[in-house]
Design a protein around this ligand. Structure first.
Ligand code: BES
Ligand code: MN
Ligand code: ZN
Length: 499
């Protein structure tokens, strides 16, 4: 879908989108289209008692008289006082889904919130475009027999408003956001026979053209560093592991970097503690944390963020085999702490233990944030609307929650506490990788990880419930969500970028 920005004019063909506020008051472009169509907009609103102009409500007027457009879509803008960027993203996404479902190939969206909303028209248009681009994403490279009438139709979206230059400027960074998210969604959607540690590392290494520094550590190098927790997970697989380090140096050369660490289990069978067959295919997205970190680093480079950042992803495949770890095995992690592996399916925390320790040891970061599809228990606790947040630093936690609200990627903080920490003391080693009962499973996972952050300000996002969606949302089509890319980009922008 091609997106461009221009002045408002009544289009000659395709769909025209105009907004009305909750209660029915027309925006300026809606009034102009109403006049041009001999009052079609006003009549349609009057004839539709269930249309109230509430946010995301749509009222299509097909083949209006006096105009050559195929349809007018009247879009609910909601209450002017509540109009924000997120509102227009959702509207853009909702409209793209609608236009694709009816077969429109071109549309012009006349987005002018006017003076009653506290939002500049350029910003509203740019975020409408972002929402459209995000919802327009589709992973369809393996669908070879799909009928054309089932495919998305919308090829061109023109944004029309009083300040197209402003909108175009605002959209430059947002287009990079949409591209980074599509990149992450592609990585997460790819099956595990295509994306495995070596190929995922290659995808990251391919981003050097944007100015990122990318290093890849192989098994030998990791063995020399003592990363036996990560290597233990990898040892059952025919696919060798990788650890990828990505660096973006856009800030003061002396400033400590922000660090982002991702769980990249390219497939999680559970290992010898094998998972049940039903739904196991979903475990191809157990590398979503790594996919988000790679996409975030790409975005920081693409928009030349004024910050120093490092991304570390631990890439392994968790397989059962004659060389796999056995329950009860004890491994010595890079930190020196010994780990009793009582369940080989609690593998993400083993990967993160070494990735986080390595990250803080080498980079002395200002803070570390890890993302991981860590526990099924987080889905029991929070479902699919919030990711779990754990942190040893209240300020970092609060900033993450605020950033999540602003972009529609919500977080809910859960506790860390010595009482939970005791549950993973091992009789045979320094720590065990499960508590042994079902109590507080996500907290237990976080407590384990915390033992490997060496008191650096840290937050852990358990994204197991939000990395993949089974239903469409306004700006997120079903499938891989890339949850975390926007959240962390916003977190960085709002709190850590100079000037
Ligand atoms: N990758 C899974 C967590 C997961 C489960 C993600 C469902 C998405 C959906 C993780 O490696 C895992 O297997 N966790 C175990 C931990 C348990 C053995 C303590 C779990 O949640 O069952
Ligand atoms: Mn597992
Ligand atoms: Zn896993």
């Amino acid at each position: 879908m091609k997106i461009d920005f221009g002045e408002f004019a009544v289009p000659a063909a395709g769909a025209i989108i105009v907004g009305v506020w909750e209660g029915g008051e027309m925006t300026d472009p809606a009034r102009r289209i109403d006049e041009a169509s001999g009052g079609a907009v006003g009549r349609a609103i009057a004839a539709s008692p269930r249309f109230g102009g509430k946010r995301n409500e749509l009222l299509p007027i097909v083949a209006p008289a006096n105009l050559s457009v195929t349809r007018i879509v009247v879009a609910g803008f909601g209450k002017p006082a509540e109009a924000d960027t997120r509102r227009f993203e959702e509207l853009g996404g909702t409209l793209v889904a609608h236009l694709n479902s009816v077969g429109e190939t071109a549309a012009a969206a006349a987005i002018d919130p006017g003076p009653s909303a506290g939002l500049a028209p350029g910003l509203a248009a740019a975020h409408f475009a972002l929402g459209a681009a995000l919802r327009g994403y589709r992973f369809d490279k393996y669908r070879t027999t799909e009928k054309p009438e089932r495919k998305p139709s919308l090829a061109r979206l023109a944004l029309a408003g009083p300040d197209p230059g402003d909108a175009r400027r605002a959209y430059a960074d947002l287009a990079a956001t949409a591209e980074a998210i599509a990149f992450t969604r592609d990585l997460v959607s790819e099956p595990a026979n295509v994306i495995y540690p070596e190929t995922l590392a290659e995808q990251a290494a391919g981003l050097t053209s944007l100015g990122l520094e990318v290093e890849t550590l192989d098994a030998e190098r990791m063995a020399a560093l003592g990363m036996n927790a990560l290597l233990g997970v990898a040892q059952g697989s025919a696919r060798p592991p990788r650890l990828v380090v990505m660096r973006w140096n856009g800030g003061d050369s002396r400033a400590a970097p922000l660090a982002f660490v991702g769980k990249g289990v390219t497939f999680d069978t559970g290992g010898i503690s094998i998972k049940p067959a039903a739904g196991m295919g979903e475990m191809k997205w157990d590398m979503a944390g790594a996919g988000v970190v790679i996409g975030l680093m790409r975005l920081l480079a693409a928009r030349s963020a004024k910050v120093n950042a490092v991304g570390v992803v631990g890439l392994v495949e968790n397989m059962p085999s004659g060389s796999a770890m056995r329950p009860g095995d004890i491994v010595t992690s890079m930190s020196g702490q010994t780990i009793e592996v009582l369940n080989t399916d609690a593998e993400g925390r083993l990967v993160l233990a070494d990735a986080l320790w390595y990250c803080q040891d080498r980079f002395k970061p200002k803070l570390m944030i890890d993302l991981a599809t860590l526990t099924g228990a987080i889905v029991v606790a929070l479902g699919h609307d919030h990711a779990g947040l754990f942190a040893n630093d209240d300020a970092v936690a609060d900033r993450l929650v605020a950033a999540g609200k602003a972009v529609g990627e919500k977080l809910w903080r859960l506790p860390l506490d010595a009482a939970y920490n005791r549950a993973i003391d091992s009789d045979a080693a320094d720590v065990k990788n499960i508590a042994g009962d079902r109590a507080a499973g996500s907290i237990i996972g976080a407590q384990f990880i915390e033992r490997f952050v060496n008191k650096v300000p840290w937050a852990h996002l358990d994204i197991a419930g939000v990395a993949w969606s089974k239903k469409d949302a306004p700006t997120v089509p079903k499938g891989a969500t890339a949850f975390g890319v926007r959240l962390l980009d916003r977190f960085i922008r709002d709190n850590y970028e100079a000037g």
